[in-house]
Write a protein that binds this ligand. Structure first.
Ligand SMILES: NC(=O)c1ccc[n+]([C@@H]2O[C@H](COP(=O)([O-])OP(=O)(O)OC[C@H]3O[C@@H](n4cnc5c(N)ncnc54)[C@H](OP(=O)(O)O)[C@@H]3O)[C@@H](O)[C@H]2O)c1
Length: 265
């Protein structure tokens, strides 16, 4: 049985994943953005290994989430599930970042850096990552007029790219990205056409299954099948550029410093 931390487990896919993994007998650490939201966990919290509280829009609270998880013990897997979709405006997090970037990308990046390294990492991306474009000069939306859908698509391109970069840098960890499909959660809306059940079973499977198929890294998944992601995701130049931007924005370096190429003379 595995010990698994799931971000954003008060609702939607995160809550469904937590229920499934707990039914399978795994030790699950739940996460809510606030004490008030933790009340949504009343039904499953008695059998959870723990509940961690903190708003992922804040780097300070994200640090405290990581500290709390580490105090519980080393996780076998972390599912980076929490996310926001169409934010009305860029917003301004306590550190001055666009909220969509902060919750969907900077927080999972920081948690990856701060939580004791697990065996498996799963990041929730989206089919919308394909509209994420490839320019990285304004990832924090400081120059462009706000476009909520574009910001979400970009964040999901970045998180899939982060998953692939981790697979490249940390060969001892299985790091994968998942597109859950367009499913009827608070985020997806009641009319979403995809299967809610299949929407969460890929991430639980990647996090905890013994199946040989799950023992791969750097892949992009949809309904337990590997799918080709946008070409940027596996482009090592794009990965390096993104990782450098995330290190600059957060002040935290996930991988060792890039080596400068030696100049003759
Ligand atoms: N639903 C879809 O069709 C779809 C499609 C593609 C990808 N995805 C991805 O799947 C993941 C889960 O989506 P979902 O549909 O389950 O969404 P959801 O129903 O809106 O649930 C999102 C979860 O993230 C939490 N969260 C959001 N902002 C947070 C913050 N600042 N701090 C802490 N927690 C925060 C929410 O907490 P509260 O309950 O307090 O709001 C909730 O637990 C997301 O990463 C999403 O981008 C979903």
């Amino acid at each position: 049985m595995s010990r698994i931390f799931i971000t954003g487990s008060t609702d939607g896919l995160g809550l469904a994943a937590a229920r499934t993994l707990m039914k399978e007998g795994h030790d699950v650490v739940l996460h809510a953005r606030s004490r008030e939201r933790a009340s949504a966990l009343a039904e499953i919290s008695p059998t959870a290994l723990g509940i961690v509280i903190g708003d992922l829009a804040s780097a300070t609270e994200t640090r405290s989430i990581a500290n709390h998880v580490n105090a519980i013990g080393r996780m076998d897997a972390v599912i980076h599930n929490a996310g926001v979709y169409l934010e009305r405006s860029r917003g301004e997090t306590p550190e001055g970042h666009a909220k969509t970037l902060a919750v969907n990308v900077l927080a999972p990046y920081l948690l990856t850096a701060w939580i004791a390294r697990p065996d498996r990492l799963v990041y929730l991306s989206s089919g919308m990552h394909r509209s994420g474009g490839s320019a990285l000069d304004d990832i924090d939306w400081k120059k462009r007029p706000w476009n909520a859908s574009q910001a979400y698509s970009e964040s999901k391109l970045y998180i899939a790219t982060l998953a692939a970069a981790i697979a490249r840098h940390w060969p001892d960890v299985l790091s994968n990205a998942v597109d859950p499909g367009w499913v009827p959660t608070k985020m997806g809306g009641a009319g979403a056409p995809d299967d809610l059940e299949m929407g969460h079973l890929t991430q639980t499977w990647l996090a905890a299954s013994d199946a040989e198929l799950t023992k791969v890294s750097g892949q992009y998944w949809y309904h337990r099948h590997q799918r080709e992601a946008s070409p940027e995701v596996t482009d090592t130049g794009f990965q390096d550029e993104l990782i450098e931007k995330l290190a600059e924005l957060t002040g935290i370096r996930l991988f060792a410093e890039r080596r400068q190429s030696a100049r003759p003379g």
